[in-house]
Design a binder for this molecule. Structure first.
Ligand code: BT5
Length: 332
């Protein structure tokens, strides 16, 4: 849904309060539309994941204050480092921010172009999994990048992005850890996931869409749909930050990571991996379909592969899901 189609809902969200009810009649008069239309907008907002109390005879009230991304403030905060000609877009509702860049005419795009959305209706994880993306609760972000290097040299990019995000969260005062290859955990609960989609240009150079979902203030109804332990950043930040400030920090972090990866490859990006490794030195199981490997986690190699020590020998593995031995949900 583009900005114009969402405008009435955006205004409605601004009009709704979290400390008192506003009647449907009052809203209808304010917006010069029928009560039925107000009720329909509220229902559609609820379907997008906004927690709104509707009480007969009293009206509507937000369950908690909404902190929407402010486009002018985001432009001001990122203006100094946005590459010349790069776009920075903000969608109220989109199917998937990764999908947005995948379907653009790439010839017209400048690397570092990026988009945020307040809500995704088809947010995706790896291997067809779903990323829960309720409205106004988290950051849904994708950056487009056209590399000068061959696609084969971009294979470790998602590992570089995962550790860059973890490092940034630690700088914000949060004790975040990275779970190979690129999930971010706080206190053993997932707070962020990375989806890097790669393609090749006709001359073999790589294209990347780097997608990040980062929970900021997750409503409980949407959280209940997530089938593993999760958390959100606002529960751990030592000083409250707006979603706009976080969005600007996320943009800068990913742009820096891609520039560093472009110049120095994965080696330049993962030197401090061990400082943030959720599983370093622990007994782990790597599940690879039919074949499981059990051993001690020894970090990542220069290609981004997981290193596992089995019987005193360290071997590298590129695929699979890692979990602590004895825990089956992969989340701890
Ligand atoms: C990921 O996949 O962790 C990558 C998620 C990337 C999402 C971003 S949002 C912006 C961009 N546009 C997109 O369409 N996608 C990207 P994976 O490792 O496959 O993890 C998926 C699993 O994480 C799910 O099966 C759930 O168990 C869990 N999960 C789903 N939503 C979650 C949430 N909001 N917070 C924490 N865990 C979640």
């Amino acid at each position: 849904m583009r900005k114009a189609a969402f405008e009435t809902k955006r205004r409605l969200l601004v009009a709704l309060r979290d400390d008192c009810f506003i009647s449907g009649q009052e809203l209808a008069e304010q917006f010069d539309i029928s009560r039925a239309a107000i009720s329909r907008h509220v229902k559609e907002l609820e379907e997008l994941g906004v927690d709104i109390y509707s009480v007969k005879g009293r009206g509507y009230k937000l369950a908690k204050p909404l902190d929407l991304i402010e486009a002018p403030a985001l432009a001001a905060l990122t203006g100094a480092y946005l590459p010349l000609g790069a776009e920075l877009l903000l969608f109220p509702v989109i199917d998937s921010t990764n999908q947005h860049w995948m379907q653009q005419n790439h010839a017209d795009l400048v690397s570092g172009s990026a988009c945020f959305a307040e809500c995704q209706t088809a947010g995706r994880g790896r291997r067809g999994r779903t990323w829960q993306s309720p409205f106004g609760a988290s950051l849904y972000f994708s950056m487009w990048w056209q590399s000068q290097n061959n696609l084969s040299e971009m294979m470790g990019l998602s590992v570089a992005v995962g550790v860059a995000l973890t490092r940034w969260m630690n700088r914000l005062g949060v004790n975040a850890k990275v779970k190979w290859p690129n999930d971010i955990y706080i206190e053993h609960k997932k707070v962020s996931g990375v989806l890097v989609e790669l393609d090749a240009q006709s001359d073999g150079r790589g294209l990347a869409v780097v997608g990040i979902g980062l929970n900021v203030s997750m409503p409980s109804a949407a959280g209940a749909l997530i089938d593993q332990a999760w958390t959100d950043l606002s529960s751990h930040l030592p000083i409250a930050m707006s979603r706009t400030e976080l969005a600007a920090g996320l943009y800068q972090t990913i742009l820096n990571c891609l520039e560093q990866f472009e110049q120095g490859g994965l080696q330049a990006c993962i030197q401090d991996w061990d400082d943030y490794d959720e599983f370093a030195g622990q007994s782990v199981r790597l599940s690879m379909g039919q074949h499981d490997v059990e051993g001690i986690c020894r970090g990542v190699d220069g290609h981004g592969a997981l290193q596992v020590e089995v019987g005193g020998v360290v071997k590298s593995y590129f695929g699979g899901e890692i979990s602590v031995r004895g825990c089956d949900n992969g989340a701890s």
